[in-house]
Design a binder for this molecule. Structure first.
Ligand code: MF3
Ligand code: CO
Length: 255
């Protein structure tokens, strides 16, 4: 395993790529309402990425057929956008998006309510987002990677939620998926030592019920084994000499 350390020049390009992605996410978040299709989100996402000079990095990745992963309710991740999948009041929808700018990848995910949703599902969304922030308290040079993993998992499990184990976060840079893998649950090993210049996509996937997941026949869509809802939250993060820099989120106080 080799974990890349980005130079100052590369960090600037990562920052730019991630800023553009944040703009795309903000615009997509504003579209979410009952009556739009998951394909509407993908079409607009691709347009917003290309309008900014970016390239959609998910499109054709290992054959994935869209630019934005749109996952509804019990779909955990990698939902394939469809014209006939219409968002309904009470649904939740996770948008996972990424782009390449001047050779550098960004990756982030958000989960939104569609209209009014039940308080217990809103809590799942909120806890999933907060689990990311619990994790990055440990995202500091000198710490070990799995301290982040353990903090995410312990927080989510304290609410009785299931932490997805089959999918993990990842390093990111000139490739979408670089070393290291970043689990969202406690490991027996402590993981690599974090160093300034590492860029990591940290992405808790949290289920209301069981942690167990299945794959649909499309070979992409991951769903919960018990049919209960799932939420996803992801940012690309830079390890520094001090506090981590959340490259895909300029103001963590704003939801
Ligand atoms: N953001 C996801 C990840 O971190 C999505 C990539 S899968 C793709 O792995 F095929 F859609 F690109
Ligand atoms: Co990712």
């Amino acid at each position: 395993m080799s974990v890349s350390i980005k130079s100052e020049r590369e960090i600037e390009l990562m920052r730019k790529s991630c800023q553009l992605l944040e703009e795309v996410h903000d615009a997509l978040g504003k579209m979410i309402r009952p009556g739009i299709s998951t394909k509407d989100i993908d079409r607009e996402g691709e347009r917003l990425i290309r309008e900014r000079g970016g390239i959609p990095n998910f499109l054709n990745y290992e054959g994935y057929p869209a630019s934005i992963c749109v996952s509804v309710n019990d779909e955990v991740v990698h939902g394939i956008p469809k014209d006939d999948r219409i968002l309904q009041e009470g649904d939740i929808v996770s948008l996972d998006a990424g782009l390449i700018y001047k050779g550098y990848h960004s990756d982030a995910a958000r989960t939104y309510a569609v209209g009014a949703i039940s308080p217990d599902v809103q809590k799942l969304i909120d806890v999933t987002r907060q689990s990311f922030f619990e994790g990055i308290k440990y995202a500091r040079a000198g710490n070990h990677l799995h301290e982040i993993s353990a903090a995410i998992g312990a927080y989510a499990e304290s609410f009785g939620y299931g932490v997805v184990r089959d999918l993990v976060g990842h390093g990111i840079g000139t490739k979408l998926h670089e070393d290291p893998q970043i689990p969202n649950y406690a490991m027996r090993s402590r993981g690599i030592r974090l160093r300034p210049g590492m860029t990591l996509a940290i992405e808790p996937m949290i289920n209301m019920g069981t942690w167990e997941v299945e794959w649909l026949d499309d070979d992409w869509t991951v769903v919960t084994a018990d049919g209960l809802p799932s939420a996803h939250y992801e940012n690309t993060v830079l390890i520094t000499d001090g506090d981590p820099e959340i490259l895909t989120l300029s103001d963590p106080a704003v939801r």
